[in-house]
Design a binder for this molecule. Structure first.
Ligand SMILES: Nc1nc2c(ncn2[C@@H]2O[C@H](COP(=O)(O)OP(=O)(O)OP(=O)(O)O)[C@@H](O)[C@H]2O)c(=O)[nH]1
Ligand SMILES: [Mg+2]
Ligand SMILES: [Zn+2]
Length: 338
């Protein structure tokens, strides 16, 4: 069963206070009964690629959509030239209600929300075991975002040819979190099956730092190939790093033609959680959550009487996990003053 995030259908971009959003609204909207339904596969500077039936067409937002934007994974209604031929441009006249919305902000103190994908039901949190070094706090952030959006998290640990997974699994393996350990040599020998199994029939968004191997993995799963990166160790960016999200069908037959969808996304530096209520952050820490039962009412979990200190001292969870929770909450706190 898909769980739904809060407010899945509201506008994905919140305007900063004082912006001049006073455009008059048209009250009579054309019905567009002849519109075709499609799914947004990618967005590139205002041009969207929409899959309509088996045809990929290029489209742009119709003016009547106003500020509302269409993102990868959106179901949309399109009118106009649907031939999909070169230099044709259709118009998106409607964005259908979203089943889920995965959002992030660039930073915790940045109020500008971007929608990463719509209608995904699983979040593959891709972390390399080395090159780049795994950062547990990034995993924790992605978990918070996944639970908030109502997506099932799947931890994907890549590059197991470079380093063992055990240190990370000591923490995350114990969280009742589904995970897979893989590397690209596996892919060559058909070893993507354990991942494929978990993707069947689902829409999975792949997120993670730049260079962790998202595109390499996605390429092993789908027929159409994307360019992968040679990532610069210093800047963390490279010539072929992914610059836009792209939805790709998994080969095989499923309810809507594909056996499932994978959505490759560009690497991010951080996964800003400005939009998430601090009280929801604890959901991503199931090892700590039971320890909050003894907390004072309205506990910030970062105060003298917080029960989590004794919970950790009693050996119920690792100190590093409490540290991660507190750092996350602290960066969230700072925004209250802005
Ligand atoms: N050793 C090793 N290297 C890998 C593996 N998978 C990918 N790489 C390398 O890691 C680099 C980055 O891979 P990408 O797939 O482009 O990484 P990405 O996560 O898509 O990066 P962005 O698009 O920038 O977000 C490339 O040089 C890959 O060849 C692996 O399993 N083992
Ligand atoms: Mg990539
Ligand atoms: Zn507490």
């Amino acid at each position: 069963m898909r769980r739904y995030g809060k407010n899945p259908d509201e506008d994905d971009i919140r305007v900063r206070p004082n912006s001049k959003g006073t455009r008059p609204r048209t009250t009579i909207r054309p019905k567009h009964e002849d519109a075709a339904e499609g799914m947004v596969l990618t967005v590139d500077r205002g041009r969207l690629t929409v899959l309509v039936g088996e045809r990929e067409i290029t489209a742009m937002k119709a003016r009547e959509l106003g500020r509302k934007s269409a993102v990868v994974g959106d179901r949309v209604a399109v009118v106009g030239d649907l031939s999909g031929q070169k230099d044709t441009l259709a118009r998106i006249v409607r964005v259908e209600e979203r089943g889920s919305v995965l959002r992030r902000t660039a930073d915790d103190d940045d109020p500008y929300e971007r929608v990463v994908v719509a209608n995904a039901d699983q979040l593959a949190i891709v972390t390399a075991l080395a090159d780049p070094e795994p950062r547990p706090r990034m995993i924790d952030r992605c978990l918070v975002a996944a639970y908030d959006a109502g997506l099932d998290p799947l931890l994907v640990l890549t590059k197991s040819d470079l380093a063992p997974a055990e240190p990370l699994l000591e923490t995350y393996g114990a969280l009742d979190l589904d995970y897979v350990v893989t590397n690209r040599d596996d892919f060559l020998t058909g070893g993507v099956d354990q991942i494929r199994e978990r993707l069947a029939g689902r829409v999975t968004a792949f997120v993670g730092h730049s260079g962790v191997g998202k595109t390499t993995l996605v390429n092993a799963l789908v027929e159409r190939q994307r360019t992968t990166g040679v990532v610069n160790a210093v800047t963390g960016r490279g010539r072929h790093t992914t610059t836009s999200a792209l939805a790709l069908p998994l080969p095989g037959d499923g309810p809507e033609g594909a056996a499932g969808w994978v959505i490759d996304t560009p690497g991010v530096r951080s996964f800003g959680l400005h939009h998430i209520d601090p009280s929801r952050v604890i959901q991503a820490f199931p090892d700590l959550e039971p320890g909050t039962a003894e907390c004072p009412r309205g506990c910030s979990h970062d105060e003298k009487d917080c029960a989590l200190d004794s919970w950790v001292a009693a050996g119920h969870a690792e100190p590093a996990r409490l540290d991660s929770l507190r750092r996350l909450l602290a960066t969230r706190e700072r925004r209250e003053g802005d």
